[in-house]
Design a protein around this ligand. Structure first.
Ligand SMILES: [Zn+2]
Length: 66
């Protein structure tokens, strides 16, 4: 005989917590970005980065769709 336990999750709360965490971890990682000026590939973080080759500012925009 099994016992059934009903668990009521606040689905919206749960979802937004998961999304927040996903966004946070995406923001904290680095990405292989290609400099549009000199085409050097370097590791960039979301936001403004300075290209290690030409020293120009390259904006890395994250398009997060969750
Ligand atoms: Zn560059």
């Amino acid at each position: 005989m099994g016992i059934k336990v009903k668990v009521n999750f606040d689905k919206r709360k749960l979802e937004s917590a998961i999304k927040d965490q996903a966004r946070e971890s995406l923001r904290n990682r680095s990405y292989d970005a290609k400099c549009p000026f000199c085409h050097t590939t370097f590791s960039a973080h979301p936001g403004p980065n300075v290209c290690p080759h030409c020293r120009k500012t390259v904006d890395l925009n994250l398009n997060i769709k969750l």
